[in-house]
Ligand binder design. Structure first.
Ligand code: MN
Length: 201
């Protein structure tokens, strides 16, 4: 049985960028919902005792309940971890790789924001590492790069939720303003740790 992970900070800790009311309903409502529905979908199947990574890597495109809720479970586990109160500065190997692959941090930020704005409807924007090489891509709904039918190769090191439930209470229809605020709370130490992990594989 999968469990909803605790947030690594208080619900109001990302204020003023991400508001407390959004964090509460996002974690206790949406993420808990994906968790419960994932558990129901795998009960009695061959996936029951597998890790969430193993499940997402092995499912097929038409396994809709596990795809949507397993993706939702995994994606939010990452999302909470790659944010922190006040954020941090990009450093270490990820900072050097961003400069190498995008020219500058500002170029990367602009491209990531543009990708988030251009994702029609609900979905995610990803920074992925393909054996060290960085790419930006987006997925619809709760799909993610672990799923083999998704057109986005690599290990996610940064994931930005662009569902309206991630920002609508504070930012209403202004997704770009949410993305600008998201950049104030990115935990680059964790992103760098995930990037360094991707170099070993
Ligand atoms: Mn979400």
């Amino acid at each position: 049985m999968f469990k909803l992970p605790d947030l690594p900070y208080a619900y109001d800790a990302l204020e003023p960028y991400i508001d407390e009311a959004t964090m509460r309903v996002h974690h206790l409502g949406h993420h808990q919902g994906y968790t419960n529905k994932l558990n129901a979908a795998i009960e009695g199947t061959c996936y029951e005792n597998k890790s969430i990574d193993e499940i997402l890597k092995s499912i097929h495109i038409h396994q809709t309940a596990i795809r949507n809720n397993g993706g939702g479970y995994w994606n939010h586990n990452l999302y909470w971890r790659i944010m922190k109160p006040g954020g941090s500065e990009p450093g270490g190997k990820i900072a050097a790789a961003i400069r190498r692959d995008f020219g500058s941090f500002e170029n990367f930020r602009d491209a990531f924001k543009q990708a988030g704005l251009s994702r029609f409807g609900s979905g995610w924007t990803w920074l992925v590492s393909e054996h060290g090489k960085l790419h930006i891509c987006t997925t619809p709904n709760q799909d993610n790069p672990l799923m083999k039918f998704v057109d986005c190769l690599g290990k996610p090191v940064l994931g930005m939720d662009v569902w309206e439930h991630a920002y609508y209470l504070k930012h209403q229809n202004k997704r770009g303003a949410y993305i600008d605020d998201f950049f104030h709370v990115i935990n680059w130490d964790e992103v760098n740790r995930l990037y360094e992990e991707s170099l070993d594989k």
